[in-house]
Ligand binder design. Sequence first.
Ligand SMILES: Cc1cc2nc3c(=O)[nH]c(=O)nc-3n(C[C@H](O)[C@H](O)[C@H](O)COP(=O)(O)OP(=O)(O)OC[C@H]3O[C@@H](n4cnc5c(N)ncnc54)[C@H](O)[C@@H]3O)c2cc1C
Ligand SMILES: NC(=O)c1ccc[n+]([C@@H]2O[C@H](COP(=O)([O-])OP(=O)(O)OC[C@H]3O[C@@H](n4cnc5c(N)ncnc54)[C@H](O)[C@@H]3O)[C@@H](O)[C@H]2O)c1
Length: 475
Amino acid sequence: MPSQTYTHDVIVIGAGAAGLTAAGGCALFGLKVALVERGAFGGECLNNGCVPSKALIAAARRAYEAKRGARFGVSVEGARVDWAGVREHVEASIATIAPHDDPKRFEEMGCEVFRGEARLTGPREVEVAGQRLAAPRIVLALGSEPALPPIEGLAAVPCLTNENLFQLDRLPEHLIVLGGGAVGMEMAQAFCRLGAAVTLIERGEILSRDDRESAAMAKAALEADGVRFVSGTAVRATGGEGAVALTLEGGTVIEGSHVLVATGRKARGQGMGLEELGVQFGANGIAVDDRRRTSLKHIYAIGDCREGPRLTHVAGYEGSNVALEISLGVPTKVDWTALPWCTYTAPEVGQVGLTEAEARAKFGDKVRIVREEFSHNDRAVTEGAVEGQLKLVMKGRKLVGASVCGEGAGDMLLPLAQTISGKAGTFALGSAIIAYPTRGEITKAGAFAAWEPLVFSTPVKRIARALAALRRRFG
Ligand SMILES: Cc1cc2nc3c(=O)[nH]c(=O)nc-3n(C[C@H](O)[C@H](O)[C@H](O)COP(=O)(O)OP(=O)(O)OC[C@H]3O[C@@H](n4cnc5c(N)ncnc54)[C@H](O)[C@@H]3O)c2cc1C
Ligand SMILES: NC(=O)c1ccc[n+]([C@@H]2O[C@H](COP(=O)([O-])OP(=O)(O)OC[C@H]3O[C@@H](n4cnc5c(N)ncnc54)[C@H](O)[C@@H]3O)[C@@H](O)[C@H]2O)c1
């Protein structure tokens, strides 16, 4: 295509975490960027995902603390949950963060914003709201949507998903949560703590990508809160507004007032001209290489719409990578060696790098596990929240993974990620000065524990004893 027919240097479709990072990055490097969005800027994370869910979890925590009766000599009388107030907090959280993702901000950075449904009409051409855009590079950042499982009758039952959950006008009496992944676990506990009866149905393992010990601790904590877990696969749904029932394989029937379907995601990208151009798809998402290039190398796919991990920080990471590659021509491959994630239940379930099971499958007997319990952490003790542990997964003295289950686990992943990626070592982390008393001290304790046998080994003790003997003799 002759260069004069290009309207832009790059067209980014989708203004969620992935698209905003890619578009903003390219614009800051001085490229002429078209940014296309059909819905609300900020995408799923801001509007239907991370932000409202974490705001709801915060309200639930407050309700839980208030209802726990007297603790530490303090009692809260007559605690009650006002659903309208909870909704207000959720909406205020979104509204406070929204300016960060506002179209105006991206226009100020240099993006030209187009509103409407984008469609590819040629390998380098996009049509949106009757306008033709063309650029030598296109970035697909289309996101994903709830994947509804093949359950007979589900389409006719009023279901909740993350797309309408946060607009509920009242607290459900009995919420059935289908799926024990991150969405299911976080929301099951939050609604339970806010006062709903909650039954969670999972056909396989809860938090299946996480360390098994961490997942078991989280499950036990949810059970202690009152969440009922049922193992099975839902095959039939019946009922209407306010009274729904799911029948499991084997015939067990679970009844409730509402059902939240949290059974994974379906990547977007179908029906917008990509198939016709020859862009290839994998099992769930657009197929990409390490540089996030699709089968048409000038078209990139990042974030939830491609095959791979679906997380906001991953979407942002990929957005930065492609911005660098497109703007400066630096080939930038993704690297998941130190990928962190966290499920914000109480206790939080954080993971970075390999789980023990993954490491054993890869390195066999070379794997060494170091554990530190929060019950030995002074801050955890003073706050009466001692549940959980840090588990370091080592290959020799090299950290290859870490699982943290406990309060604030997500905030503890950074030094562990740096250690896994080689930007710091376990020795440096084990000898760092860390503010006391913080829960983060557990990362230092774990890293030091990995070195302890060597630091206090017989040869080192011999050196210390020899020095002491010299001192006794010569002063
Ligand atoms: C309940 C819930 C909680 C979550 N919590 C967390 C969390 O705590 N931490 C975390 O890391 N991740 C979390 N996630 C995952 C996270 O929300 C996603 O991974 C992330 O938002 C994906 O960003 P994205 O930019 O790829 O997609 P999106 O944010 O979905 O953005 C895609 C955008 O593309 C637009 N679009 C699509 N097709 C077109 C088209 N043809 N034309 C124009 N525009 C188009 C859409 O309108 C959308 O705005 C959560 C998810 C859910 C459901
Ligand atoms: N804190 C976080 O980082 C966070 C929070 C929420 C969501 N997310 C992201 O959002 C995405 C979606 O999360 P999710 O929890 O919906 O999906 P998921 O894939 O993590 O979990 C879905 C669960 O549903 C179960 N399931 C599927 N069909 C079933 C059936 N018919 N009956 C019973 N169980 C069934 C599966 O076995 C699986 O355990 C994930 O990629 C996740 O990374 C992240």
